[in-house]
Write a protein that binds this ligand. Sequence first.
Ligand SMILES: [Zn+2]
Length: 338
Amino acid sequence: MRTLAIDFETANEERRSACAIGLAWIENGAVVRREHRLIRPKEMRFNSHNIRVHGIRPEDVCDKPEFPEVLSEFLPDISGALILAHNAGFDIEVLCATLREYRQLFPEFGFYCTMDISRCLWPELASVSLDSVARHFGIQFQHHDPAEDAFACAQIAIFAAKDLGVSEVFDISTKISIQPGIVGIDSFSPCSVSGISRRARNLKNSPILSSGYLEDALCFSIKGSTGNIYEITARRTANQLRTTCTCQAGQNRTWCKHRTALLDGDVSNLLSENASDIKKLAEWAVGVEVEPRDSPRRVWRHRSSNFGVQGGPNAPTAVEPQESSMQFPVAGKTDADL
Ligand SMILES: [Zn+2]
């Protein structure tokens, strides 16, 4: 899966004031490309604190293109990719808030927060700030240059993958209980790591993990009907089987046909090589509530009401996933065009 780290700097305290973007691409376990672009914010208001942090001044960006033009160069890379960011909540909100400022649709992608991953994997670190983690691993970089920050973030993810014995950063989720954040055309859900730390992984044989789940999660990659790849995760507690799917219905915390298929033992769309786990999944489902199939919760909404989430509050128990093409609709297209 295309994987790249992203980092933004902002002109002021507003998330929509992106004034620089940095990106670092990962291929075969190494950073293969770095880019850095300055951005002229719509509102040319620079806060002295922000200038002190990143050193970018109004005169540096006054002749630079605005956000949509800068981003359009990278949208083909971002759309459908796995994006990494350190403290991803900030960078992803900058991306979404600035796009919203220009009435542009969000590209669709999944993301991991390397700060959360660091906290989970290396609990011995006193701080999981970008420079602390980078220093711990001897990563050389110039902090607050966005291309350098993106590079450091990418390197941390590479270290995490190596530490977990997986070759791709994407596969980190097969080893720790991490749910990627998802950005959809008009929606946003945060990345979460549900607290299975290295210590908990070392206690794998213990009947109850420190996370409160009975065993490690079962994770499956499946191919949806339009060719998109989704991740299904199942976790078992004493009386429930909790499941998630990264498809649109799953993002809305409603049930989907992907999970029905797996529970029915249908492996025709299974991409991950763990068909044997299907049997275990079926065993886990016996005699317990399967969430969210058996008692659908209210449709989850992001705390910012500006991030609209598709689906109504009375979503039915079984919802056909609205599979989108994972393509950014059209760069420059506005909500009004829909
Ligand atoms: Zn699904």
